[in-house]
Design a protein around this ligand. Structure first.
Ligand SMILES: Nc1nc2c(c(=O)[nH]1)N[C@H]1C(S)=C(S)[C@@H](COP(=O)(O)O)O[C@H]1N2
Ligand SMILES: [Mo]
Length: 198
């Protein structure tokens, strides 16, 4: 006779798992450190710069002409809510870096409105990060970072910079807005890296 482990039978899907200390929500809370910037599409630009100072920029139309992917991922906010199975459309960060022809070991994302966050380059390559411009089949709402935001779902959601304006590659790490205020420099939700010292 067949035996089944708890949470997995022939009919049910495996129980979803959450990072430690997180709960699942059906809502989509808005967490912004300041007012929501409104960036008209005809004035929007995304710029990527390399360690040698080279800069490559895209207008909205140029950016939207790039190949984009459909992404379904769980997201985890350091304030303890997680949202499972969120769906997005976006351009892989790796494709943008390749298109810009830039290299570097670390990246600083900066935003319309002034917010910044830092990431090691390995964490935005290989299908780990996107510049997302649709949520749930619709243009990304301004409060959630539209026109376009970073989506880095394997790290706490503060790394997913809203209203993305520029990606700067560097040969050294540089803590961003929340990282300077005591959030963990890396932010792995599975390791509960919420604050410096975690
Ligand atoms: N530009 C910018 N990006 C940001 C933030 C912000 O304040 N400004 N907040 C961060 C934090 S702390 C979180 S949890 C997520 C929240 O995204 P949401 O408002 O779409 O849920 O955005 C991140 N990206
Ligand atoms: Mo957050």
């Amino acid at each position: 006779m067949a035996t089944f482990s708890p949470g997995f039978t022939g009919r049910q899907r495996p129980r979803v798992s959450l990072p430690p200390g997180q709960y699942a929500t059906d809502g989509f809370p808005v967490l912004s450190a300041g007012a929501t910037p409104r960036v008209p599409l005809d004035r929007w630009r995304l710029e990527i710069s390399g360690t040698d100072g080279a800069v490559r920029g895209w207008s909205w139309d140029e950016f939207r002409a790039l190949d984009a992917e459909q992404i379904t991922v769980d997201i985890h906010c350091v304030t303890r809510w997680s949202k499972l199975g969120t769906s997005w459309k976006g351009v892989p960060v790796e494709a943008l870096l390749t298109g810009a022809g830039v290299t570097g070991d670390f990246l600083v994302a900066s935003c319309y409105g002034g917010y910044t966050t830092n990431l090691p380059i390995a964490d935005v390559l290989d299908g780990k990060a996107w510049v997302a411009f649709e949520y749930d089949g619709r243009p990304l709402p301004a409060e959630h970072g539209g026109p376009a935001r970073l989506l880095v779902p394997h790290l706490y959601f503060w790394k997913s910079a809203k209203w993305l304006r520029a990606l700067r590659l560097q040969d050294h790490d540089e803590p961003g807005f929340w990282e300077q205020l005591g959030y963990h420099n890396y932010g792995d939700p599975w390791q509960e890296q919420r604050h410096w010292g975690d």
